[in-house]
Write a protein that binds this ligand. Structure first.
Ligand code: ADP
Ligand code: ADP
Ligand code: ZN
Length: 220
């Protein structure tokens, strides 16, 4: 099974992708994580990417399409994958269709996570991640059971993204509405789109997604 989680920054794509990995054994392909790894490597390309990410702009389609083509070609993707953060433009969506066609792969689900803009800034600015295992948390909405200790691995070091500040988020949201929202219509027209209420509590959203993946729920 191959699928896309589609939604604005802070919609809950990463959070739900981690649950789908746990429940369905798919591989999570987060283009944001791939880009941040490239930044962390300190390469010349990484330095250029950091400037784009911190401005809240989109990285070029050429770079992103090549990155995802390379990743999908790796053997672990045979188990099925969740695209988290890709495609983000019409050009990327068209290129993905061509890539999947060429490889004879299906796109089984495109799930839109709908969240009001007003909720997103708080979601993003309160987000943090376990430095050891990557589990996601939130200052108000998803605290670890024991303060300062990761539920998943017991780690006590956490990181925050440099682009998760109110100013950059405003630009990321603008980019989403201008360039990414149109692809919702692209998938709706193709009859492949399902929708969940991303404003609901995390476990409610997980249940809605499970219903869709298990073959229930109407296409919108
Ligand atoms: P995305 O990957 O779409 O940018 P995340 O999954 O990282 O979003 O979620 C953003 C932040 O909001 C995280 O700190 C996460 O814990 C929190 N969060 C995710 N889903 C919900 C939800 N349904 N309700 C409240 N907070 C949520
Ligand atoms: P979020 O979790 O807030 O949705 P991501 O981690 O997916 O953010 O992406 C972080 C940043 O990485 C984006 O603001 C953008 O600069 C860049 N990026 C990630 N995926 C793509 C993509 N498919 N196309 C262009 N830029 C991307
Ligand atoms: Zn951890």
């Amino acid at each position: 099974m191959n699928m896309i989680l589609l939604g604005p920054p802070g919609a809950g794509k990463g959070t739900q992708a981690q649950n789908i990995v746990r429940d369905y054994g798919l591989v999570q392909l987060s283009t944001g994580d791939m880009l941040r790894q490239s930044v962390a490597s300190g390469s010349a390309l990484g330095q250029q990417l950091k400037a784009v990410l911190d401005a809240g702009e989109l990285v070029s389609d050429t770079i992103m399409i090549e990155m995802i083509a390379d990743r999908i070609a790796q053997p672990d993707c045979k188990a099925g994958f969740i695209l988290d953060g890709f495609p983000r433009t019409n050009e990327q969506a068209v290129a993905l269709d061509a890539l999947l066609d060429e490889k004879g792969l299906n796109l089984d689900h495109v799930i839109e996570m709908a969240v009001d803009d007003a909720a997103l800034t708080e979601r993003v600015t309160g987000r943090y991640t376990c430095a050891k295992c990557g589990a996601g948390y939130h200052d108000n909405f998803q605290k670890p059971q024991k303060d300062g200790v990761c539920d998943g691995c017991g780690g006590s070091e956490f990181t925050r993204r440099s682009d998760d500040n109110a100013e950059t988020v405003a630009n990321r949201l603008k980019e989403f509405h201008e360039k990414t929202a149109p692809i919702i219509h692209y998938y709706r027209q193709k009859g492949r789109l399902s929708q969940v209420d991303g404003m609901a509590a995390i476990e409610v959203v997980t249940a809605q997604i499970s219903t869709i993946l298990n073959g229930g729920g109407a296409r919108v």
